[in-house]
Ligand binder design. Sequence first.
Ligand code: PHE
Length: 340
Amino acid sequence: MIEKIENLKSELQSLTASNTGEVEQLRIKYLSKKGLVTSLFSEFRNVPAEQKKELGQRLNELKTLAADRINELRESLSGGTDDDQCDIDLTRTATPLPLGTRHPLSLVRNEMIDIFARMGFTVAEGPEIEDDWHVFSALNFAADHPARDMQDTFFIMREPDVLLRTHTSSVQTRVMEKNQPPIRIVCPGRVYRNEAISARAHCFFHQIEGLYIDRDVSFADLKQALLYFAQQMFGAETKVRLRPSYFPFTEPSAEMDISCNLCGGKGCGFCKHTGWVEILGCGMVDPNVLEACGIDSKVYTGYAFGMGIERITNLKYRVKDLRMFSENDVRFLDEFIAAR
Ligand code: PHE
């Protein structure tokens, strides 16, 4: 038995391993239940009583040696103590993860929706692929109105009645068809127009349109709602002015300007020295539209307005080239981290 112990000792002294898997193999070989060292302890039971003291000591030494050697090997391979093996150092500074940002158009859209929500408007959405009725006919566009022209509208070929919506007024048609007043909605979404892409025009952009129909809704209500919006969006000192205009679906119709938020109305290059910048179209819903959608125009009146989110974003953040919005250049998008 002494011989066995001594042999194992010298064997253990010269152990080597080239990876932690091998170290584990060695542990099993010597120290597991049926390992070489452990099985000597079973033999120990049969040793005559007078030898027990000395052999017991030697055996224990052997066991300690085996455990130490195997730990040594493991540590030399993992380059540190046992704890390092799982490679988690809770005191280490975390690697910073690059944070995403909301797209500037989403930021501005959300802000616009919030402002209208404070006036009781809820959000309504509808399909981007539409039919002639919801985009044009129900909205009082004459059969030969130029907006229906191939040059403005993307038609989906083979299906003359399927087209990409040119404004989100189509969502208003859908809501009016299905609901009786009071109706108070804003319709955010992407719209498409057949324009050559440049810094100032794109074949798609985004709108928020609004619609309020109830008894006794007046033009004064429209003006007040839009003034509130402009001052919330661009600051309390913002002024608005309405100029007469024309849309098939509103009568009377107007376009609204706000005092230039760059020069405060004094006149600068941005507002072409007029002190005003146009932001939206609006008007009182034409009775023909109400009737086409099943709403009694003798009982109800309403106002509608619509604006481009890109335009409002440009006024707020001075984005000079419309194409920036759809290029997904992170250097551009990262500029909006603070605004998030
Ligand atoms: N639909 C119009 C457009 O796309 C905007 C608008 C909406 C004008 C509602 C008046 C009333 O330009």
